[in-house]
Structure formats: structure tokens, C-alpha cells
Design a protein around this ligand. Structure first.
Ligand code: NAD
Ligand code: USQ
Length: 387
């Protein structure tokens, strides 16, 4: 296959590019390096040093024997997007090129507007460009499990559902409720994609993935420092499992927010790559929604796992609940249907309790680098007051 990965400099885009290229696919990586700048803006950096994109491509060849191409560019620029797709003639387009931090989207009005504009504009540009160049291109769009919110009804793996309102039945898009301006931007992406395919006929093949938070440092291709992916841990960009591992290494108490009983569906970086590759290598006819989660845990359960792993490596790990800066349910149901990936044989090969130990082992040699960003770790971005 020929695949363009938009957002290829990021946590998921880099390992996916490596995975696809190592399986013999031809990959064009595109990124505007927004995340690098935005992480610096909040006073932090990736845990592992991140070479410039062209250097990363060189390292991939030298250290992993993998051939990649990188192109600087912005998905907000329609002419660039259409021309890139026209020139490369992809079979599939992957879209990771979004502002992906919920806290970043809650800092103030400028960050909220930036998030929604960047994400929704990029999605509409890609819809139009694919439609104009070749509507048969498979559009693999990364959404998020947080689009559903935390409802008490089961979260079906279906784009639509039949409802009865006022005694009349009809079919509507599956109900969604974002928990941040970021999550709402993803809800809008999803509804636009479904409508553009179903009602407008602009696209013929879409996979819309509802992914839970990803954790981990390693994949089959990432075995040396020059090809590591970025790894965020500050209060704005770090996700919970990765943050807890850094807190453990730095001897800071782990920070479950509020009661810590909030649950999410997690997956390891390696399992995420396996699932994305299976979806790309098995494109749908029409619209396919995929709930990409493997392990459902509460934040308290994760804290216990990281504590145990840290202690087994000789670290002194405490857990200290902090006031929840977010507006979210801290106790809720989480009944998620996930059939598509098991049907494709993409079943998980990693377990969180084992992986967190490896993450901590990978981070320990970078302790003095992490120390420099210690002040960026405790939560400061409050959903109601901003930053
Ligand atoms: P990331 O921030 O590390 O990567 C996103 C990349 O997109 C960055 O390199 C950034 O520079 C680039 N980008 C942003 N706006 C762009 C634009 N306008 N033009 C070109 N490039 C642009 O994030 P990630 O963790 O790799 O997430 C990738 C995707 O997966 C996102 O859509 C995110 O919402 C989704 N997702 C991530 C997770 C997770 O746990 N990391 C979980 C669920 C969903
Ligand atoms: N949390 C803590 N303590 C912390 C950090 C987080 O208790 O120190 C809690 C949060 O309150 C939340 C949960 O952990 O309830 C998950 O938070 P997170 O920061 O790990 O993840 P989130 O903000 O939801 O966003 C991440 C990615 C985003 C992706 C999303 C998947 O940044 O791109 O869309 O995970 S999901 O959560 O399923 O929507």
C-alpha cells in the first residue's frame, strides 16, 4: 500500500510510520510540528530527546533499516493537502494531525478556538481533497473514546442507533457527549465524516477509530534511542499511565484526580500499532466505526499497578489524590462493545502491569532530564477557571 500519515511526528504517528514501512508499505509522513511547539509552550518537553524530523528519517534507515519520507506541511492548508494527495496517489490516508490534549483545549478561549479550528478544519480539508482526487482512498481517522462520554447505557460499536422519541422511531447518529473542547472537536469530526460519506457521497471508505488513552515506550521497531517516539508527561500533554510512571521515577506521589474511580479503556503502544495496521490492511466498504480499547481500568487501579512496578524496581512510590481539575464523572459505568478488532485477529499481546515496569525501566536513565521539567507535572489547568 501507499499511505500518507498526517501527524506523523507525534506519539502514535512515528511508530505507525515505522510499522507500516517495515511491513513493506510506502509511507509519506506529514507534520507541521505543532506538538513540539505546544509542549514547549507549557514548559515541558518529551521525556526522550527528539531529533529533528529529517534526522529521525535518517535514524530509521540506520537503526531500524526502514525507509521513510518526511514532508513539512499543515492540514489546515487545503491546497497543500490536495496537492500532496494528488502527487503521492495513496491507497490510504491516516489522520492523526490534530491538537490532541484535552487540558490544552481548556486553557483559555484562544486555546479552545485553536483546537476546534485546527481539528475540524483539517477534517473538512481531507474530506474534500480525498473526494476530489479519488473517493476510494481509505480515510483512517483517529477519533477518541471520550467522544461518548461516560453514559449509563452500553457504548455500541455502531455509527447509528434507533431511538424512540415522542412515540416515534428514527435512526440517529450514536449519541456523543464530549468532556472538553478537544473531545467535542472529535465529536464534530465524527458526525461530519459520517454525513459526508452517507448523505453527500464524498467518500467511499472511512474507518473512524474511537481509541482510549495509549501508554508505553516500546514497539517492535523501537529498540534504540534514535528511533524513540515522543513521550509526554506534563499536566497538559501527559496521559495518565505515562504520567504516573514519570512521577514514580521522580519520587513524586502519583496523582489520581478526585476519587480516582473514573475508568477508561486503555491500550499499549504496540497493541495500538497492531490494531491500526490490521485496519489499514483490511479496508472497509463504506463507514466503519471501531472502538479501540483493550483493558478497562480505573485511575486508582493504574496507580496501584505503577506503585507495585516502581517498588519492584527499588523506587519509593506513594499515591496522593489531588483535587480534580476536570469536570468529569468520577464514578460511572463503562460498558463498551468492541467486535471489529477481534474479528480481524487484532487481539492484545501486552498487559498494563508488565508494560508499566518496562516504561519505568526506560525512563530511569533519563531521570536528570525529567528533573528539569518537574514543575510542569502538578495539575494547573482547571476546566472551569482555565490556567
Ligand atoms: P501527538 O500530538 O503526539 O501527535 C499529533 C501530531 O499531529 C503532532 O506531531 C502534531 O505536530 C501534528 N499536527 C497537529 N496539528 C497539525 C496540523 N494542522 N497539520 C499537520 N500536523 C499537525 O498526538 P498522538 O498522541 O500521537 O495522537 C494522535 C491522534 O490520536 C490524535 O488525533 C489524538 O487525538 C488521537 N488519540 C490519541 C490518544 C493517546 O493516548 N495518545 C488516544 C486516543 C486518540
Ligand atoms: N487523570 C488522573 N491523574 C492524572 C492524569 C489524568 O486521575 O495525573 C485522569 C483524568 O482525570 C481522566 C483520565 O485520567 O479521567 C484520563 O486522562 P488522560 O489525561 O490520560 O487522557 P485524556 O485527557 O482523556 O486524553 C487522552 C489523550 C487524547 C485521547 C484520550 C482518549 O490525550 O488525545 O483522545 O486520551 S479518551 O480518554 O478515551 O478520550
Amino acid at each position: 500500500m501507499r499511505v500518507i500519515v498526517f501527524g506523523a511526528d507525534g506519539y502514535l504517528g512515528w511508530p505507525l510510520s515505522l510499522r507500516l514501512a517495515s511491513r513493506g508499505h510506502e509511507v509519506l509522513m506529514v507534520d507541521n510540528l505543532f506538538t513540539r511547539r505546544a509542549v514547549t509552550e507549557v514548559g515541558s518537553d518529551s521525556a526522550f530527546p527528539l531529533p529533528e524530523p529529517y534526522k529521525r528519517v535518517e535514524n530509521a534507515k540506520k537503526e531500524a533499516g526502514v525507509e521513510l519520507k518526511f514532508q513539512m506541511g499543515d492540514v489546515k492548508d487545503y491546497e497543500f493537502v490536495e496537492q500532496t494527495i494528488r502527487d503521492f496517489k495513496p491507497d490510504a490516508v491516516v489522520d492523526f494531525a490534530e491538537q490532541r490534549s484535552a487540558p490544552y483545549s481548556m486553557i483559555d478561549v484562544y486555546h479552545s478556538v485553536y483546537t476546534v479550528e485546527n481539528n475540524v478544519r483539517g477534517t473538512i480539508n481531507l474530506i474534500y481533497a480525498i473526494s476530489k482526487v479519488n473517493p476510494d482512498i481509505h480515510f483512517l481517522k483517529m477519533g477518541t473514546m471520550g467522544e461518548y462520554g461516560t453514559p449509563s447505557y452500553p457504548i455500541m460499536e455502531s455509527p447509528e442507533v434507533e431511538v424512540e422519541i415522542g412515540g416515534k422511531k428514527d435512526v440517529i447518529s450514536f449519541p456523543k457527549k464530549g468532556g472538553s473542547y478537544y473531545h467535542w472537536s472529535k465529536v464534530f469530526d465524527t458526525y461530519l465524516l459520517l454525513w459526508s460519506l452517507k448523505d453527500l457521497g464524498k467518500l467511499n471508505r472511512v474507518t473512524d477509530i474511537m481509541q482510549g488513552p495509549v501508554y508505553g515506550t516500546r514497539t517492535e521497531e523501537i529498540k534504540s534511542e534514535g528511533v524513540r517516539t515522543r513521550f509526554d508527561f506534563d499536566e497538559v500533554w501527559g496521559t495518565v499511565v505515562n504520567r504516573f510512571c514519570v512521577e514514580a521515577v521522580l519520587g513524586m506521589p502519583l496523582t489520581p484526580y478526585g476519587k480516582g474511580e473514573q475508568k477508561r479503556g486503555f491500550l499499549s503502544l504496540e497493541d495500538s500499532m497492531r490494531a491500526l495496521t490490521a485496519l489499514l490492511e483490511n479496508p472497509p466498504n463504506g463507514y466503519r466505526v471501531v472502538n479501540q480499547i483493550h483493558e478497562v481500568y480505573s485511575v486508582n487501579q493504574i496507580a496501584e499497578m505503577v506503585k507495585k512496578a516502581g517498588q519492584s524496581l527499588g523506587l519509593n512510590v506513594e499515591v496522593q489524590h489531588v483535587k480534580n481539575p476536570r469536570v468529569e464523572a468520577e464514578v460511572h459505568e463503562y460498558d463498551v462493545e468492541s467486535k471489529v478488532l477481534p474479528q480481524l485477529g487484532a487481539t492484545p499481546v501486552k498487559r498494563m502491569d508488565e508494560e508499566v515496569k518496562l516504561i519505568i525501566e526506560d525512563l530511569i536513565p533519563y531521570k536528570s532530564r525529567l528533573e528539569k521539567f518537574r514543575n510542569s507535572i502538578m495539575p494547573r489547568t482547571d476546566w472551569k477557571k482555565g490556567r
